[in-house]
Design a protein around this ligand. Sequence first.
Ligand code: ADA
Length: 571
Amino acid sequence: MIAYPLYPMRHVQCLDGLWDFQFLGDCVDLDAIEVGGIRFSDRISVPSAFDAMPAYAGKRGTVAYRTFVASTPGKRGLLRFHGLGMWCRVYSDGKPLYQGAFPYSGFSVELPATAGDRREIVVLIDNRFDFKRVPLQEQFFDFYAYGGIFRSVESMDVPGTYVDRVRVTVEDLAEGRVNLRAFLAGSPWQGDSLLVGFDGAPAEALRFRRMNDGSFLASLKSADRTPWTPENPRLHTVRVSLPGPHGSAVDTVEERFGLRTLKAQKGRVLLNGEPVKLLGYCRHEASMQYGPALPLAQLVQDMQYLKDLGCNFVRGSHYPQDPRWLDLCDECGLLVFEESMGWGQRERHFLDAEFHRQQVEQTRRMVHNSYNHPSVILWGFLNEGQSNHPGSRALYQELAETIRREDSSRLVTYATMFPFDDICLDLVDLISVNQYPGWYAQDREAVRPLGEISPLLDRLTASFRERGLADKPVIVSEMGAGAIYGWRDALSAHWTEDYQSDYLAEACSQIVKRPEYAGISIWQFCDCRTYASSYALGRPRGINDKGTLDEYRRPKMAYRTVRSIFRRSTP
Ligand code: ADA
């Protein structure tokens, strides 16, 4: 499915459908592959995680996906991938054009002009763990590492110079004034005026200023100044075109955005100047049948559940989000914490130059790709990294700076599991804390240790105050308890739906009533597959069972509990 931005003048083909497929083996030398010699003996859908499909379930190795796309002779093309995993190499007519290992990140590949009217596209995918080749994703992460082209792919022709993206930034909410920053690609452009049309109005020529980084900047007012809010998620579109002769257009991008501002002030998050309490869930893009390749109907179901639960907030744990999901969040008014991929990395990672480089690059791509989604309010990175270690600070600092360089209009954060001795919290606008009092309980002998939650929240607040961090808003970015669907028991022990329900009642009520907390994203929305090795010993069924819904989206007992608390607290 095609998500924003749209390119109405280009011949865009959505390549979702059946592709040729071949499993090449589990010990393939990637540099020795002759793509021309691959015999394709199977067909598979795109999007798909091949290793979630019954014929290849759980396999690790190298696979090839192939399709043919129509092309205009003599014209360059572009492929847009919205997310895949883990490593890939993309070929057009046998030529390797792109190679990368940025799981879940969207990227584009330019295709050289061709004399023919179709191109053969082959995508090699590899899902073997190998820190050297795929430093961003490892086996110890607590969510299953799938392989495949998880999200949609589009192909299109592009003119010599084309409009890649236009970033829209709100300059003055009351006046409806926005900045447009256009990124052109292809051959250099010498002009200074682009054609701009708001909300379907006829386009008019507007002068743009050339910036040092090669982008073009202009400022203008939107006629409709209605702000975007979760209750009234008013969206706008802007079309920006490269002018051709006699007022014609050569290429157009249509971007969608909302008018809203964000600020962190005196421990609160201000949306359009008004304090907002963030109430919601952490959510993996996960399904038992399809892995991360979620059909649109699943996204809509998830949205309906989150809305029904009374949520206004979702944390996209732990990787860049599907643009269709962000489009939906824009439309439905759900506030989003988007983070680049990270999970519990330690000093050895932070000392690795390639790991560092790729973290910075994936974070930059995430901001670039999601820039115009009004739903995204927080940018994050390095979930539960070793942020209490001096050797980590350089990367934390560079990631925060990278985000601010790209976008100073949102709040920067990361989820820390070391809130009491974290040494990087001065770098963020908002503190996000992952803690599991009463689940991974301090007192191993206590039965139903719910009493651990409130004192921990007190200690956190006191500790932030003592360290001069009191002005930063704090959210609980993870807190939760496991429950196996259907397991109800008079003793309400760990793993029962009863204990989870009581646990979330306590956690949510505490956050709702404490003004010193700006919100919570409960761990987690639904159960999802995790380790397939003995790492899973604390994960019954190889599933992370802390969902309020199970892996088939069946609500557990906690569903009603959370719903009644959140519904009373969100407008
Ligand atoms: C961590 C982590 C989550 C999940 C959770 C848990 O906080 O960020 O991805 O693994 O723990 O279930 O224990």
